[in-house]
Design a protein around this ligand. Sequence first.
Ligand code: LLP
Length: 427
Amino acid sequence: MKTKIVTKKHFEFYGCDTVELAREYGTPLYVMSEDHIIERCNEIKEDFLQKYENTRAVYASKAFLTKEMCRIIKREGLGIDVVSGGELYVAIKSEFPMEKVIFHGNNKTFSELELAVENNVGRIVVDNLYELEMLNNIASEFDKKMEILFRITPGVDSHTHKFISTGQLDSKFGIPLDEEILYGAIYKAIQMPNIELKGFHFHVGSQLFENTSHLKALEILINLMKEAKERVGFETRELNVGGGFGIYYKNGDERAKLRDFMDPIMECLKSECREFNLSIPQVIIEPGRWIVGEAGITLYRIGSIKKIPGVRTYVGINGGLPDNPRPALYDAKYEAVVANKMDEENEDIVTIAGKCCESGDILIWDLEVPRLTPGDILAVKSTGAYNYSMASNYNKIPRPAVVMVKDGQERVIVKRETYEDLIAREI
Ligand code: LLP
């Protein structure tokens, strides 16, 4: 750990000189700011947890998960949501309090559920009847009672890319609002000896800037709460409204303020519960991107520069699709700066091309930059969510290291992969 001297020519990220970081740790390099993560956790505490009683917040760990991240989240007092045995394993290995873990997934396997039951995971969000029965059997083997929520497909569309929209009726996630299926499941769950149904969950989509879909889904869920009480005497004690709050990627975006999202949701819930004579359930949120997205940048070194006269200039970087598949998958847009030329005027418009053998591996189209030379450092912003976690070894490109910065000091939290690592599991 050493403090960096920051010069005006260099791009500074939370008190660290990014050019120095690139020199010291190599590129591509994921840089994460613990300060930013703490700021977001504080906003959650101030604008949600402390403002409203009987609330909880869990971090959706799929966005970015390492043992160190678990430690930060644990220290900040939030829970975490996991969606696989692997994510759960990381939480276990970092000694995360298991009662604060929520386990999601549309097709949890027997061994994943077994791991969850064995480790006393706090909530299982059950997605379907098949899972419900399997969980009850496993819980009975361990002589335990597992507390669950049902994931409900509220049947609302959210305004986001269709691959990250999850709440619409035609979705692989959750139990559809179908009388027979839904009440069949509720009825079954409340009679099961090793299951305790606590309430419901919905998640409408990701990278949302307004809460209209959340509010629509909420209305539907309140109706369900009312009906479930009338029809089967089931009292909803917990309501998990998912995550999905949007962040800044590009000009025109503005990170969602948690209070703008949650205040209307809490108001609506309170007033409707009063109207229908329901007790107000505990409300849980599970943001992922919103906590870590803007906390991360990726540093690359620029190599080849190919000018096609009258067409465009392609600038090659030493990473791309394997460390950030989001442009190829979702047409995601990013902003970037040339970290070692912050004092120079922009003069050119270039296209940032990844190094994969794949024409679709373009990180940024038409980026304004100063005059570039091979060796320059490109810093791509808002890469903290779903970059490290979705990284691959395509073209046998080793995954970057992850450096965490805090108070102008850095520490490596994940080592860079080596060529040896690439073949380590081969027999
Ligand atoms: N809860 C549930 C049940 C979810 O399915 C998700 C995300 C979250 C919470 C967290 O959503 P967030 O707050 O991060 O928006 N790979 C895609 C995003 C997929 C999100 C899947 N579910 C991307 O890179 O945009």
